[in-house]
Design a protein around this ligand. Structure first.
Ligand code: S3P
Length: 427
């Protein structure tokens, strides 16, 4: 277990390169692995989560050459996986487990997906139900991992998800590649649509709209070249650090600004932050741009409804921002936070309160009255990367040092985070 100490900072400055988008990286690797030939990926995330996907694909007989953030994936076609001789270890990565389950449902062999303690606690019924409706058989530990997936010939389905989840939507759409006919997913609120956009790059007839996606199976994937933009969920920590620290200015280069991911920019705009977007470029259907953020006094707002799936990964750092915001910030409709790498709602409330914030936990969110000074103290990340990074930023605006226990989990999405942070802060 490693521990990091964060000292208060005066400001944050400079040009910051964030890692390649983690969500897009998982999808790029998985879809390349079932394409008919070699795909080249640049800008790949070098995170532990993405490494879990690489490990699972290798265990399924896929050859990948990885050189830093560039990968060549030797796709073997939709049915080219080998039956794995071992359990597929998804580590801490929910995206690896849920998306790969969709592809495994179409294979003519059994495979077992497992993960670490945190992943074993996360709900899997959300993917088991639709995959079973499509014809797969899945054994689980009371709807949790390990999952034993017995694939086979699948049926196309129309599926209405009860929770807005891109992982569920992508899992069903991936399985739909193996089914005969149109598989469609409708969502109550739109979640990230990277899978649908990327499938079109691989030559698949996929449709997407705000709140729905569809694919016509059986589909063949043609290999392609993919360039992955920087991860807006990683950028969010620096956008907010600059907003909170006087005299700050940070530039974040080449950040993905897919409309289904920019809830953080919308939320910060409503709160009065000064975040500027450069000209937007689009590659592989994924828009990207440079973002600039500087110090600004924030005003309170309500974060809820259909915005939540678009800021689901940014809510912990938004809660930190809310402690410095004039007025009452309400976060609601966000019960999903309880089912992430840890119960992010309970953990944020517990430790922000410990730092001196005026915060009340509700079943589906919290209410934060600001601004309140934060006091450095000891935080346990509970092995959750976004909790650890959120409190690292909180530590910059606190009055004493902040100690973050279990800080190594940051590698799950942002290896090198502390080095980037320490290089950019002014004390
Ligand atoms: C992800 C979707 C989100 C997000 C996760 C990555 C993805 O989960 O929280 O970090 O890559 O599809 P849900 O779709 O389950 O909300």
């Amino acid at each position: 277990m490693s521990t990091k100490t964060i000292k208060p900072a005066l400001s944050i400055q400079g040009c910051i390169q964030v890692p390649g988008d983690k969500s897009i990286s998982h999808r790029a690797l998985m879809l390349s692995s079932i394409a008919n030939g070699d795909s080249v990926i640049t800008g790949l995330s070098q995170s532990a989560d993405v490494q879990s996907t690489i490990n699972c694909l290798r265990a399924l007989g896929i050859e990948l050459e990885i050189d830093g953030n560039r990968a060549v994936v030797h796709g073997r076609g939709k049915l080219g996986y080998h039956k794995p001789s071992e359990v597929l270890n998804c580590g801490n990565s929910g995206t690896t487990m849920r998306l790969l389950a969709g592809l495994l449902a179409g294979q003519p062999f059994d495979a077992v997906l497992d993960g670490d303690e945190s992943l074993r606690r996360r709900p899997m019924r959300r993917i088991i139900d639709p995959l079973e409706q499509m014809g797969a058989t899945i054994e689980s530990n009371d709807y949790k991992a390990p999952l034993k997936i017995r694939g086979g010939q699948l049926r196309a389905i129309d599926y209405a998800t009860t929770i807005a989840s891109a992982q569920v939507k992508s899992c069903v759409i991936f399985a739909g590649l193996y089914a005969n006919g149109n598989t469609r997913v409708t969502e109550r609120a739109p979640s990230r649509d990277h899978s649908e956009r990327m499938l079109i790059e691989f030559g698949v007839k996929a449709q997407y709209s705000m709140g729905g996606a569809g694919v016509r199976g059986p589909a063949e994937l043609q290999p392609c070249e993919l360039d992955i933009p920087g991860d807006i969920s990683a950028a969010a920590f620096f956008l907010i650090a600059a907003t909170l620290l006087p005299d700050s200015k940070v530039e974040l280069a080449n950040v993905g600004v897919n409309p289904s991911r920019i809830g953080i920019l919308d939320a910060l705009a409503t709160m009065g932050a000064s975040v500027y977007k450069d000209e937007v470029q689009e590659r592989n259907r994924e828009p990207r741009t440079n973002l600039t953020s500087g110090y600004k006094k924030l005003k309170a707002t309500t974060l809820g409804g259909s915005l939540i799936p678009k800021i689901i990964d940014e809510l912990p750092i938004l809660a930190v921002a809310a402690t410095q915001t004039e007025g009452v910030t309400v976060i609601k409709d966000a019960e999903e936070l309880r089912f992430k790498e840890c119960d992010r709602l309970a953990t944020m409330c517990k430790y922000l309160k410990k730092m001196g914030a005026d915060i009340r936990e509700n079943k589906d969110g919290c209410v934060i009255k600001g601004p309140t000074p934060l006091h450095g103290c000891t935080i346990d990340s509970l092995g959750d990367h976004r909790i650890a990074m959120s409190f690292a930023i909180a530590g910059l605006i606190a009055d004493e040092k902040t100690v973050i226990k279990n800080s190594e989990c940051i590698d799950v999405s942002f290896p090198g985070f502390f080095e980037v942070l320490e290089k950019s802060v002014v004390r």
